[in-house]
Each structure stands twice: as C-alpha cells, then as structure tokens.
Design a protein around this ligand. Sequence first.
Ligand code: DC
Length: 222
Amino acid sequence: MSHSNVPVITIDGPTASGKGTVAARVAERLSFHLLDSGALYRLTALQAMRRGVELRDEHGIAKLAEHLQVRFTGHDIFIGSENVAHAIRAEEVGNMASKIAALPAVRQALFALQLGFREAPGLVADGRDMGTVIFPTAKLKVFLTASVEARAERRYKQLIDKGFSANMDDLLADLQARDERDTKRAVAPLVPAADAHILDTSHMSAQDAIEQVLAWYAEVKE
Ligand code: DC
C-alpha cells in the first residue's frame, strides 16, 4: 500500500475539546496508528523554554522542531532518554506551544515529520490542521468542538488528575486567548475543513463521541 492509500481519520478542534481522548480510543478500536500533532508543538515549545530560545527567534525555534528526536511509545513520549509525557502537559508549555505554532517556519519544519506517521493499516491524526493542511485526502474528517465553559471544566479536571494545580478563572481566560490565537493566525488557522463532520461535544460523553466517529468511519470505508 503506498502511503497515500493508507486511510486517515483526522480529528481537529480547539484545545480541550476532547479530541485527544477520542482520537486515542478510535485508533485503539481500529488498531490504527495515532498522531498527537499537538504534542509535537508542545515538545518544540518545551525545548525552546529549556534552552532559552526566544519567541522572536523563529529560525532558532524551527531548528529545534526540525531536529526533534522524539519517540512515542504507548503513553510515553521520549526525548533522548527522558520521558517528557508529563512535562509537556503543563499549561505554560501549552501556551508557549500555541505561540510558536503561529510561526510559519516551525509549521514547515514539522510538516514532513507528521506525514511520516501515515502508515498501514491506518492513522488517526489529532490537531488543528490535520484535515485542512497535513492530510487533505483523509477518508474521514471530524471537527470536534465544545463550549469554552465545558472545555475549561474538562481541562480543570485533567490538570488536577495529573497533579498540577489549576484555577478555573485563569483557565477560562487562557482557553479564550489560545482559541483567539489558534483561529486568527495567518498560517494554518483552526478552521473546519469544508468536508468535515462537525461534532459538538458540550453535552456529549467521550464514549458517545467515539461511537459517532466510528459510525461515520464505517460509512465511508469500503
Ligand atoms: O492540542 P494541544 O493543546 O496539545 O496543542 C497545543 C498547541 O499546539 C495549540 O495551542 C495549537 C498548536 N497546534 C497547532 O497549531 N496545530 C496542530 N496540528 C496541533 C497543535
């Protein structure tokens, strides 16, 4: 099977819309590979923060992205021998990720890396521009969304569960700022693909969202 024939399901949407959970479970159910593209932006952000590369140094940050030595194994994410799966979930890393994601050279540097995840028997890709830019030929495109309040509540629970501290008002403000940046940026802004199925999960359980995506996929795969 050539790469372009490998089926892809893209799941795009704003931060904390539940796409991570839905994408991971759909991939599991279909025995497909998983691409958490947000993790690549978070990893690049973490490297920039650790090495003191500043936001205005677009070229320097793109270089970090280009040379990411990342290995995904199950729930673990390794840079060299260090497991950074926990560290990249911190809010300050997410905020920095959203800022560096607006830099065209950084997006360009991560482009080929993302295409490499398209391997048989199939791929579920989660992010912002999976259906619009990275995998425009995907078999199924889903745009997962939820009200900012529902997303702030989910993110709050997630952070507390992971042992981070969190404040609801700060989270709401953070999410709004991040939405604004992600949707207004000039390159690959967060917009649903013209042929995407929109799924509003404000009042929907993760389980129901997963079943809906699987049902849509069953309709399109021959
Ligand atoms: O999905 P996430 O919260 O882990 O993503 C972190 C940031 O990375 C998000 O604010 C925007 C950016 N991002 C992006 O620009 N394009 C993607 N495909 C995935 C994430």
